[in-house]
Design a protein around this ligand. Sequence first.
Ligand SMILES: [Zn+2]
Length: 387
Amino acid sequence: MSRGRIVAVVAGGCAAALLVVGVGVGATALMLFGGGSTALTGGDCGYDVPAGGPEILAATGAVPGSPSPTPSATASAPARIEPIGQWATEQVGNAAVVVAVGRELGVPPRGWVVAVATAMQESGLRNLPGGDRDSIGLLQQRPSMGWGTPEQLGSPEYQARQFYARLLRIDGWASMRLTDAAQSVQRSATPEAYQRWETEAEAVVAGVLGVASVDLLGGGFPAAPCGVAALSAAVVPAGTWTTPVPAAIGSGFRTPARPGHDGVDFVAARYTPVHAASSGTVLTVLCNASTGDCDRDGGMSVRGCGWYVEILHADDVVTRYCHLVRRPEVSVGDTVAGGQVLGFVGSSGNSSGPHLHFEVHLGTTATSANAVDPVPFLARMGVPLGA
Ligand SMILES: [Zn+2]
């Protein structure tokens, strides 16, 4: 204990979880709970990491704050580190270092997810001896680009510090798409590549912390800092209807200029939550884009409605929600309440900018033949649109 260093933290609003990172190979971790008023914030979602949960943050012999970081490729991980999904013990151990350093520095949990996703892309969460050109290590940082000496960069803990230092200097990083935040730091030749690791990184960060979801800590998607469930609190009674987004309609149903437009377009900012118009069952969750990629903005030359959801309601009514910014928050077969958040506004698929394309169909399967104008339909259901 006397050789340990107290590093962190609060995960929710109240209790402070103090973590002691041991020194040296075979380090042990110990969790204590107390009321530390100087604790770093880990989110403001009112969630406390449960006792007996995150006991594994001390992951290697590298000590946060050590003036001379030790290469930790050979450091043994404590017994608490266990494989998570496709990630083996060594990889999870490296993720735990990244999380521990982020907590120590007071980086919001979203940053831990960004850093872990970056490491997944750069090194597969491995402390690599080399890489492209003079890139080294977990985050593939380069001595020639001023990241540190090769010896320093052999330490995942050192690399994590360098990453966070640069991330925190970027205005608005916490509300960026994950790949944009990561790219602002990494300046990679493939700036979109980090995005595909978002879900995996969220799972690994939650896993090393011993919590069910990073949303509980405020580590999730920017539009849902405390989890999608928190955004879905205001649902409407079963069988009643509501607007999918509280926004004006920019393009109507089958207008003279767009006779094939089988829905209406709500003009709304990227990341605006999209709500189920009424209670029902999730019929469809798909990426529909001629590029095959819905995790980046589409365009007018792209076909398909991008990430989309269909909900089956009573009386065989089907609603469809298109161009979502990322994989929707619901799965096929889920029962949803009216008003529940299905996903977030984006511009995937055939889209010229962020908006929600919304359709109503009278009957399954939803086709152009059974599409009806959502405006009079919802008006009949007591929902005036276009505010
Ligand atoms: Zn449209």
